[in-house]
Design a protein around this ligand. Structure first.
Ligand code: DX5
Ligand code: ZN
Length: 212
């Protein structure tokens, strides 16, 4: 299991130190949650802060857009050369076009599904994706309770096997050491985890506990 700590739960008063700390503690990716106050009822960070994160991070960035105008934000963040940009299918009228745009920037495209969204929406997109991000909480906040999406993980896994075996599955929301093994068995490749990792003083041990 690869681990992508979500910096939403970091101490933003000392963000640079927090980024360095998780990079040195075994993080595989740095998960960056971008919220616009419209698609979700919360706001987080914009390009000024992401630029500063990109400068100190020694691990690739995984940008999770929770915004209304995906194209605008892809153009805004592409210059920081993240490994992934993921956008919500619920908020995109032209997902195929946006996937191509992300690829043209040399970035790996991913689509996010909310807990109540059917994987059927990505049936004819999956061959163009490098990752599918499945939300196991409703997006907007860290520290929420994990929602059971195991059946959906299995459906997406089957879709990947049938159409794009290289496509990874990432899960985001309420991930901790009690559900990580079940997520692995269900077919998850990358675990996003915010509050579980950041509330522990020993981040190295916390990240290690998710590498099942
Ligand atoms: C929620 C965000 C998550 C969040 C996860 O909208 O996408 O990345 O930070 O936090 P935890 O692990 O605390 O649920
Ligand atoms: Zn996220």
């Amino acid at each position: 299991m690869l681990v992508a700590p979500s910096i939403l739960s970091a101490d933003f008063g000392k963000l640079n130190e927090e980024i360095k700390d998780i990079c040195e503690s075994g993080a595989d990716l740095i998960h960056v949650d971008v919220m616009d106050g419209h698609f979700v009822p919360n706001m987080t960070i914009g390009p000024v802060v992401v630029e500063s994160i990109a400068k100190v991070a020694t691990k690739p960035l995984d940008i999770h857009l929770m915004v209304e105008n995906n194209t605008f934000f892809v153009d805004l963040f592409a210059k920081f050369k993240p490994k992934y940009i993921s956008f919500h299918i619920e908020e995109e009228k032209h997902p195929h076009r946006l996937i191509q745009k992300i690829k043209e920037y040399g970035i790996s495209p991913a689509i996010v599904l909310n807990p109540g969204t059917t994987p059927k929406l990505i049936e004819y997109l999956i061959q163009d994706l490098d990752m599918v991000l499945l939300m196991s909480v409703n997006p907007g906040f860290g520290g929420q309770k994990f929602i059971d999406i195991y059946e959906k993980i299995s459906e997406v896994k089957e879709l990947c096997i049938a159409k794009n075996p290289n496509c990874l599955i990432e899960v985001d929301g309420g991930v901790n050491d009690t559900n990580i093994k079940d997520l692995k068995v269900a077919g998850v490749d990358i675990a996003v985890s915010g509050s579980y990792i950041f509330k522990q003083s020993d981040r190295k041990a916390a990240i290690e506990s998710l590498k099942v």
